[in-house]
Ligand binder design. Structure first.
Ligand code: GDP
Ligand code: CA
Length: 318
């Protein structure tokens, strides 16, 4: 079975760990979000690609959900001693090495997709990880700061401002001119099932879908497309999905996220058991819906979520 998954960072990565356990024989291609990418200290940092790579490769800081396990921060402290920031973005020493290798390869002319493949040769994530695009796409958030509207980089909104200021719009800058990375459309075209993990619908999956060609390829693939809600009990399980959903005019409910994707894209949608009452609304929108436990509390619980998603895909296919 060939499965394509569109993934952000933590939500996508944790789901993928469960999916690998649930379908060990499957050939899994992950299309990763690069809208969160940022240049820091002259280095190209790809937080979502790295979260997937480290999580599946066994290098992730488990409790934190991002960054490396057993990390130290000597480089960051030395940079701070020189007065060189930003100090609000936590890059550890081990993580720095990844960004140095990536930046060096990009400087040598390799596209991000080739660099990601090279980094994965070390981590062996057990999936094929492809960035959504080799072209630069940067998510900006239009915020209200000191009484003025201002566009800031997504990382500045999320990490520096902690999503504490009102967000009015989310713009994937550069997306309209970006091309899907080599292999993305091919993988979608050859997939048996396409899954949307419980990743952020706006700044993770929404950004991937904003790359021209990707949304169309998924809609035209003619195979089941099934998603899992990142919203449980009318709130994100973690993160700021509620704030960025509000910025694009979508309520923070499991049903609203499903209808935001729409039946043109989604065939099936899993909501948590606490949101079982939302199922009729989702079904009325033409999307088959089931309520199952959706908390990724362990690999086994997450594997069960993946099995439910694959079962719903089979139901849709039949
Ligand atoms: P990010 O790039 O690190 O923000 O990660 P993603 O975009 O992949 O995923 C973030 C989303 O995952 C958030 O909207 C969370 O609500 C969702 N999430 C995190 N943990 C869980 C969980 O255990 N269950 C569900 N259903 N969603 C989760
Ligand atoms: Ca992210």
């Amino acid at each position: 079975m060939r499965i394509v998954v569109l993934a952000g960072g933590i939500g996508g990565a944790r789901f993928l760990r469960g999916l690998k356990a649930a379908a060990p024989e499957a050939e899994i291609t992950v299309v990763g979000n690069t809208g969160d990418d940022i240049h820091l200290f002259g280095l190209k940092v790809c937080p979502d690609l790295d979260t997937v790579m480290y999580t599946l490769g066994g290098g992730i800081h488990e409790e934190q959900g991002w960054g490396r396990a057993e990390e130290t921060f000597a480089v960051k402290e030395e940079l701070a001693a020189y007065g060189v920031g930003p100090e609000w973005f936590g890059l550890g020493d081990r993580d720095f090495a990844t960004h140095i290798v990536r930046t060096q390869m990009i400087g040598a002319g390799y596209p991000l997709s080739a660099v990601t493949e090279a980094l994965c040769a070390r981590w062996q994530p057990g999936v094929r990880l492809i960035p959504m695009s080799d072209d630069r796409v940067e998510t900006h958030v239009l915020v209200e700061l000191d009484g003025e509207r201002k566009a800031v980089h997504f990382q500045e909104y999320w990490v520096r401002l902690r999503a504490s200021v009102p967000a009015h719009a989310v713009v994937p800058v550069g997306a309209e001119g970006a091309k899907p990375a080599p292999g993305v459309l091919e993988a979608i075209g050859e997939a048996d099932v396409i899954l949307f993990p419980p990743s952020n619908p706006v700044v993770s999956i929404g950004t991937i879908l904003a790359v021209p060609g990707i949304r169309e390829a998924i809609a035209d693939a003619g195979v089941p497309v099934v998603g899992l809600s990142p919203i449980v009990g009318d709130a994100p399980v973690r993160g700021m999905a509620d704030k960025v959903l509000a910025a694009v005019g979508v309520e923070s409910t499991a049903a609203a996220v499903a209808t935001h994707y729409g039946s043109g894209l989604l065939d099936g949608w899993l909501v948590d058991t606490v949101d079982a009452a939302a199922a009729p609304e989702v079904e009325a929108a033409g999307i088959r819906c089931r309520a199952v436990p959706l908390l990724m509390e362990s690999v086994e619980a997450t594997a069960q979520m993946a099995r439910e998603a694959l079962a719903l895909a089979e139901e849709v296919r039949a």
